[in-house]
Design a protein around this ligand. Structure first.
Ligand code: TXA
Ligand code: MG
Length: 318
């Protein structure tokens, strides 16, 4: 059931239930992160393997401290600049964090969402919320309460509606290994904004077998309909048939409007990020034999968008 009753959501969570929650990036499927029975329900509802760890969400750094061995300087700096916001920090955990949350890894991912409804909920709850994106494992992340309802509605206790997500791609995940800062997932805070604060970082490229972030699987964002990159070559070779087109820029004149899904008619990358998963869902539901999608320029949120597109391409079709 979809609603806007934050206190109701808090009650369900305290009793060990799971709730769909809005964030500025994508909707999450939340449980109290220290209740293992509740966290297990997230894995069940999503069909997610237990080796894929979850992010803990807090209303501020003071609430997070008991769950962390320390907060290094780089994390403090990035926190000051970008939290609340779409950045997750991989930091050494204390014993308060169940192994189920981190898949047995020594570090926990934490973040401070920039969404008034979720902040209100976290402040009432005064407990960490474990929340992966609220999609079935391997499918496109949800950016509205209706997306969550459509796919997981029967499996979860309540969906808190906070409107469409502002950013539209998941948080940037950053951590440190042997003195080197590493971005494990490109996301809502652009790399260049991060390097402006903490200097150079190593950026992990997508991988189908990344041992540190096992959730970063190659096909993680796949629609059911085969997807291909749209460029001049693929367009001129294949522009006949029952195809859907996800377009960056104004609509294509030679294609019927009903087959087009516009990321951003004015070529605004932020707008494209916000519309990406919605366009993928709508195209996937459009009854097409194949979907074509434009890549976007590689700056700002561009690399995060192109990363999601790359992972949504069916393997062998790169
Ligand atoms: O924007 C976001 O981050 C959204 C919203 C709901 O907060 N959450 C999200 O969660 O995208 P999820 O579970 O769909 O993706 C989290 C990623 C996974 O790829 C997981 O493998 C990685 O973070 N991750 C989480 N905890 C980790 C840990 N302790 N060590 C390594 N990777 C971790
Ligand atoms: Mg996800």
């Amino acid at each position: 059931m979809i609603g806007t009753d934050i206190s109701h959501a808090v009650r369900i969570l305290r009793e060990g239930g799971i709730v769909g929650v809005p964030t500025e990036t994508v909707y999450g499927l939340a449980a109290v992160g220290i209740l293992e029975e509740a966290v297990l329900k997230i894995f069940e509802a999503k069909g997610r393997p237990h080796f894929d760890p979850l992010i803990l969400h807090f209303d501020g750094i003071e609430s997070a401290r008991p769950y962390l061995r320390e907060v290094p300087i780089w994390a403090q700096l990035l926190y000051q600049h970008f939290s609340p916001g779409p950045i997750s920090f991989l930091l050494e955990k204390t014993a308060l964090v169940p192994d189920l949350v981190t898949a047995g890894l020594p570090r926990v991912a934490i973040r401070f969402p920039d969404h008034a409804v979720l902040q209100d909920l976290l402040t009432q709850l005064q407990l960490p919320l474990a929340a992966p994106s609220a999609n079935p494992f391997g499918y496109i992340s949800p950016t509205t309460a209706e997306h969550v309802e459509a796919q997981l509605g029967s499996k979860i206790d309540y969906i808190l509606d906070g409107g469409p997500c502002d950013i539209g791609v998941e948080s940037t995940i950053i951590g440190e290994e042997e003195g080197q800062l590493i971005v494990y997932r490109k996301g809502g805070i652009p790399i260049e904004d991060i390097t402006a604060i903490v200097g150079p970082v190593k950026v992990m490229e997508r991988s189908s077998s990344n041992p540190v972030s096992p959730g970063l699987l190659l096909s993680h964002y796949a629609p059911r309909t085969p997807l291909r990159v749209l460029n001049e070559e693929t367009f001129s070779n294949t522009n006949k048939g029952n195809f859907g087109y996800i377009i960056f820029g104004p609509a294509l004149e030679e294609i019927s409007m009903k087959d087009q899904y516009l990321l951003s008619p004015k070529r605004d990358i932020k707008e494209a990020a916000k519309n990406l998963f919605k366009c993928m869902r709508e195209a996937d539901a459009g009854g097409h034999d194949q979907i074509f999608i434009h890549r976007v320029p590689n700056h700002g949120l561009g690399p995060a968008i192109n990363d999601r597109i790359q992972r949504a391409l069916h393997s062998g079709d790169l």
